[in-house]
Design a protein around this ligand. Structure first.
Ligand SMILES: Nc1nc2c(ncn2[C@@H]2O[C@H](COP(=O)(O)OP(=O)(O)OP(=O)(O)O)[C@@H](O)[C@H]2O)c(=O)[nH]1
Ligand SMILES: [Mg+2]
Length: 291
């Protein structure tokens, strides 16, 4: 029996639904999702295993013009994901009139590998708008097959799956057939906490935060976690903690509930906040934090 395996990399502008799509395809919430743009900062692999195939999806940060060093590193993840894809899923949504980042679009236009263009969030749109978008993107990406989908509601995602399986090359598996990601548990835990900060904090705060897991201790009936939230300035520290510690408590409580669902175990979590001045602009600090 032949075995298929390949890298299916998801690229697109911020907030179009890349992470929602990957989670749907993998059937597990691996990537955090929020209503704010630039939620995803890493390349995160989600692996789907079957006797006959292994598909390695990669979620990536939304394509932006780099405003600070962290952005540059995020865009480097996008760039390598375009390079090493066997199949590219270019995702846009019904509200994106044109791709702001022309260079990336041009790179996709020049690709020799199969490109699937997914127009997402069609549940928010009408037939006419969807038809206009299909026409527009088919002209921009003439070699791509265009799909109108809703990643959130799973609409038409099956058709995308069928196409992916058809296009995946014959190859042995790249990863252990038991693994669902290339990332360790600590990474997912830090991302869950970052998601709660994104949801509850406004303006620049979510973008200035990084979460480090200082301790992850698995005991027989409970997992003990100590997390450090890193901000760029003293004023941000005060906001994350909130009046009487309310904000930090809320972030901790909601994170704990979600981590418990994710690892199917009881969790005890402690959160601390620390200032690391301008960490987003320092190459050495970014390296330390895994970017
Ligand atoms: N109505 C609707 N909302 C969607 C759909 N897909 C995603 N969303 C919403 O769009 C927002 C952004 O989704 P994400 O999956 O985080 O988008 P992303 O492209 O990964 O964003 P970045 O990581 O910031 O680049 C969230 O509020 C999602 O719930 C969809 O099919 N329909
Ligand atoms: Mg994302």
């Amino acid at each position: 029996m032949t075995h298929k395996s390949g890298f299916v990399n998801i690229i697109g502008s911020p907030n179009v639904g890349k992470s929602t799509l990957m989670n749907h395809l993998v059937g597990e919430k691996l990537s955090i999702v929020t209503s704010k743009a630039q939620t995803t900062r890493h390349r995160i692999m989600g692996i789907v295993n079957h006797d006959d195939y292994q598909i390695v999806f990669s979620d990536t940060p939304g394509v932006v013009n780099a405003a600070y060093k962290l952005h540059e590193n995020m865009m480097a993840y996008v760039s390598t994901s375009i390079q090493d894809a066997d199949i590219l899923l270019f995702i846009t949504d019904t509200k994106e009139n044109e791709m702001n980042h022309k260079e990336t679009l041009e790179r996709i236009q020049r690709l020799k590998i199969p490109v699937l263009c997914l127009i997402n969030k069609i549940d928010l749109s009408d037939q006419k708008e969807v038809s206009d978008r299909i026409k527009y993107w088919q002209e921009k990406l003439p070699k791509a097959q265009v799909f109108a989908v809703s990643a959130l509601h799973g609409f038409n995602v099956d058709a995308v799956w069928d196409k992916i399986l058809e296009l995946t090359p014959e190859s042995p598996a790249y990863f252990d057939k038991e693994s669902i990601s290339d990332r360790p548990m600590r990474f997912f835990v830090s991302e869950i906490i970052r998601e709660k900060i994104f949801i509850h904090c406004q303006k620049e705060i979510p973008y200035s935060c990084q979460v480090e897991i200082e301790e992850y201790l698995e005991e027989e009936d409970i997992t003990k976690i100590r997390a450090l939230i890193i901000v760029e300035r003293d004023s941000q520290k005060g906001i994350i903690i909130g009046k009487g510690g309310e904000m930090l408590k809320r972030i901790g409580r909601e994170s704990r509930m979600e981590i418990e669902r994710f690892i199917h175990k009881k969790v005890f979590i402690e959160t601390f906040v620390k200032v690391d001045k301008d960490w987003r602009s320092s190459e050495s600090k970014l390296k330390k934090y895994g970017y």
